[in-house]
Design a protein around this ligand. Structure first.
Ligand SMILES: NC(=O)c1ccc[n+]([C@@H]2O[C@H](COP(=O)([O-])OP(=O)(O)OC[C@H]3O[C@@H](n4cnc5c(N)ncnc54)[C@H](O)[C@@H]3O)[C@@H](O)[C@H]2O)c1
Length: 458
C-alpha cells in the first residue's frame, strides 16, 4: 500500500494553507506572501508544491543537487537558482507581482536566511524541514562547506562535523529570530529543529525559560487545533482492482459525501470540509498516484463512515469492481502518542503517555479491523512515539458494513475524547457534537476550572 507522495502533498498542503491563513484571513491578501523553508527530500519535497497550491511565493533551499533536480523535473519546483545574487531580485519580482511560484535555492539554507536579513526582505512565513532528527549523519549540512566536503568530514572527522553543524544551527536561529522580530511567523515542522537548536546552545527559549521554545510546532499551531481536535485526519483507501475507473468512482462518492456535509456543517468545520472538497475535486489533475491506485483526504468520523459505507455499497452493486482497503496515516487524531508531534498540543501534562495509541489499537481490533499494528519509531525517532494502525477490507458484504461503522467511529472518537479530557476546546466541541449525533455515546466531560482561582488556593 504505497501512498507516500499523495499523503505528504496533502498533509503539507493542509499545513502550509493554514499557516498562510494564520497570517492573513483573505485569499486576496495572501497572494505574494513569502514562505522560506529548506529540504527537497522524501517528504520535505512536497513543500514547494503545497505552497504553490496555497498561492504563495516560496523559496526552498536544498544543498543536494540531486534532490533539487528530482523536484524540478517533477514540476513541484518551478525555477532553480544556484546564486543568491540572481535569486534575490527574482524573489522581489515574484512578491511584487503576487505570483504563485515555487523557487528553489540550490545551496545551504543558512546562507539564504542570512542574505534575506542583509537585504531586509520581509518574510511572511518561515519553517525548516531538513532531517534534523538525524543531525550527525547527513540530516543537516553545515554552512561554509560543499556537500562533498561535508560528507568527507562526516566520515573522517565526525567530531568536527558535529561542531560545524552546531555552529550553523546557532547562525540559523539568529537569522530566524531577526526576521521573526520583523513580523515573520515561524513554525517547527516536526523535524526536531527547535530541539537540536537548543542542544547547540542557540537562542530558542522564551525569556526566562529553560525548556519552553519561542516557536510552536505545526501540530501545536495548525494541525492539532484546526484538524485533529475536530477529528479531521488523513483517511485513505486503496483499490485491490488497481483500476483507475474505480478510483474515479470513489472520488465521486467522497466528493458527494463532503458536499452534502458542507451544506449543514457548523462554522467550526466548514473550512476543513471546503479544503477537502477542492482537494478531491482536483485529485485526478494533481496526478499524485504512485504505485497502487489509492486516495487520501482529511475527514472526520462522520465523513469517514459515510464515505466507507458508500464505497462498500458500490462494491456490493458492482459499481466498484473489487474490494477496497481502508487505512489512515499515523499522523492523525487518535492512533499516535508522540509528545513532540501528534500529541504536542496536549497541555495537561499527559502527553508523555502512550494510552491513546494502545486503546486505539485494542479498540480497532475488537470492533472489526482486518489487521492492526502497534509499533515504536517513525520520523520523530525510536523511544519518542507509539503508533497504532489498522487496515479494514471492504468487500461489499453486510458484515463489512457493520464493521466499518463500529471501527471507524472508535478510531476517531477515542482520540477526540482523550483530547477533550486535556481540555482542548475544539475537541470539547467535537465530542459534545458527536454525543448529540450518537445518543449511545457517553463520554465524561472535564470540569473546567478557572486557573486563577485554583492558583489562589495554593
Ligand atoms: N511535518 C511532517 O508531516 C513530517 C512528515 C514526515 C517527516 N517529517 C520530518 O521532516 C524531516 C525531513 O524529512 P524528509 O523525508 O524530507 O528527509 P530527507 O532527508 O529526504 O530530506 C531533507 C533534505 O534536507 C537537505 N538539507 C539538509 N541540510 C540542509 C541545509 N543546511 N541546507 C539546505 N538543505 C539541507 C538534505 O540534503 C535533504 O535533501 C525529517 O526530520 C522528518 O522526520 C515531518
Amino acid at each position: 500500500m504505497y501512498i507516500g507522495p499523495q499523503g505528504i502533498v496533502h498533509g503539507t498542503t493542509i499545513t502550509v494553507m493554514n499557516a498562510a491563513r494564520k497570517i492573513s484571513k483573505s485569499e486576496e491578501d495572501r497572494k505574494g506572501k513569502l514562505f522560506i523553508t529548506a529540504g527537497l527530500g522524501g517528504m520535505s519535497g512536497a513543500q514547494p508544491k503545497a505552497a504553490r497550491i496555497a498561492g504563495l511565493v516560496s523559496v526552498t533551499a536544498e544543498i543536494n543537487p540531486k534532490a533539487v533536480n528530482t523536484r524540478h523535473s517533477q514540476k513541484w519546483v518551478d525555477e532553480v537558482f544556484d546564486s543568491l545574487d540572481s535569486l534575490i531580485p527574482r524573489i522581489k519580482k515574484a512578491v511584487t507581482d503576487k505570483e504563485a511560484v515555487s523557487l528553489a535555492y540550490q545551496g545551504n539554507v543558512v546562507d539564504l536566511w542570512e542574505r534575506l536579513v542583509k537585504e531586509n526582505i520581509k518574510v511572511d512565513i518561515g519553517s525548516d524541514q531538513t532531517s534534523l532528527h538525524n543531525p550527525w549523519a547527513g540530516g543537516y549540512y553545515p554552512a561554509g562547506f560543499s556537500l562533498e566536503e561535508s560528507n568527507k568530514m562526516m566520515a573522517e572527522n565526525p567530531a568536527q562535523f558535529k561542531t560545524e553543524v552546531q555552529k550553523t544551527l546557532v547562525r540559523h536561529i539568529n537569522a530566524v529570530n531577526t526576521l521573526h522580530a520583523k513580523g515573520m511567523y515561524f513554525f517547527d515542522y516536526g523535524n526536531a529543529f527547535l530541539l537540536e537548536v537548543s542542544r547547540a546552545g542557540g537562542d530558542v527559549f522564551k525569556k526566562n525559560s529553560k525548556d519552553e521554545f519561542k516557536y510552536n510546532s505545526y501540530v501545536q499551531d495548525i494541525l492539532g487545533p484546526m484538524c485533529f481536535d475536530y477529528g479531521f485526519g488523513p483517511f485513505r483507501w486503496v483499490y485491490t482492482s488497481a483500476s483507475e475507473n474505480d478510483l474515479r468512482k470513489t472520488d465521486e462518492i467522497a466528493l458527494g459525501v463532503l458536499e452534502d456535509m458542507h451544506k449543514t456543517a457548523p462554522e467550526e468545520i466548514k473550512q476543513q470540509l471546503s479544503d477537502n472538497i477542492v482537494w478531491i475535486r482536483d485529485a485526478m489533475k494533481n496526478n499524485l498516484v504512485v504505485g497502487s491506485q489509492a486516495r487520501i483526504l482529511y475527514a472526520d468520523s462522520e465523513a469517514r463512515v459515510k464515505i466507507a459505507e458508500a464505497i462498500n455499497k458500490a462494491i456490493a452493486e458492482g459499481k466498484i469492481t473489487a474490494p477496497v482497503v481502508l487505512g489512515r496515516d499515523h499522523h492523525d487524531v487518535s492512533g499516535t502518542d508522540s509528545p513532540y508531534r501528534e500529541t504536542s498540543n496536549i497541555y495537561d501534562g499527559s502527553k508523555f503517555t502512550a494510552d491513546m495509541a494502545v486503546q486505539n489499537f485494542v479498540g480497532d481490533a475488537f470492533r472489526g479491523a482486518t489487521w492492526i499494528s502497534l509499533h515504536n519509531g517513525g520520523g520523530v525517532g525510536w523511544g519518542e512515539v507509539i503508533n497504532g494502525g489498522f487496515g479494514l477490507v471492504l468487500d461489499g458484504s453486510v458484515d463489512a458494513d457493520r464493521r466499518l461503522k463500529q471501527m471507524l467511529f472508535w478510531d476517531v472518537n477515542n482520540g477526540i475524547a482523550r483530547r477533550s479530557w486535556a481540555r482542548n476546546k475544539e475537541a470539547l466541541f467535537a465530542i459534545k457534537r458527536e454525543m448529540e449525533r450518537t445518543p449511545n455515546l457517553k463520554v465524561t466531560l472535564p470540569n473546567l476550572v478557572d486557573e486563577k482561582t485554583l492558583d489562589n488556593l495554593f
